[in-house]
Design a protein around this ligand. Structure first.
Ligand code: UDP
Length: 149
């Protein structure tokens, strides 16, 4: 809700959100998008697709070599994900707050992971959503998932 203000300006940003295969499979894509829109962010692009392992390895490049990397890529390729670009003032930080902590079992109630997620046999892996963690990550990830944007 933009209003006239003498306070310092806050830059509009874009972030990449993924509803992971567990979220799509459980029918939670709409509920997750609802929370993003209810917070006041604007949807810029939305695309449901099953991602290939090349894209997913690139997306999670910072985790290459870790024990959870290969299982994570397999999980992320196991069904469609909903890739979303959302826009708004401080949306990168704002969506991370909406998502909650990485571990869904311990995530705070009120967050997407805290309200809707928990462990399902593999620790921490199925936590419903991804959100870019910095402006640099957001730019890199948006170019990866939406090269024409
Ligand atoms: N992950 C996992 N095992 C771990 C840590 C992370 O499977 O021990 C997965 C989980 O799906 C997480 C993703 O790897 O969302 C990326 O991890 P990161 O630490 O970047 O967490 P996020 O930024 O998604 O909260």
């Amino acid at each position: 809700v933009p209003t006239a203000s003498t306070a310092p300006a806050v830059a509009t940003e874009r972030t990449l959100i993924l509803v992971k295969p567990d979220g799509v499979r459980r029918g939670l894509a709409g509920e997750i998008l609802r929370r993003v829109e209810a917070k006041g962010y604007r949807l810029v692009a939305v695309d449901l697709r099953t991602a290939g392992s090349d894209l997913l390895q690139e997306h999670y490049a910072e985790h290459a070599g870790k024990g959870f990397f290969a299982p994570l890529v397999d999980f992320m390729a196991s069904g469609p994900v909903l890739a979303v670009v959302a826009e708004g003032e401080r949306v990168i930080e704002g969506f991370r707050a909406l998502a909650g902590t990485t571990d869904p079992t311990g995530a705070a109630p009120g967050t997407i992971r805290g309200d809707l997620g928990r462990d399902w046999g593999s620790a921490v892996q199925q936590n419903l959503v991804h959100g870019s963690d910095s402006p640099e990550s957001a730019a890199r990830e948006i170019a990866l998932w939406f090269p024409t944007l």
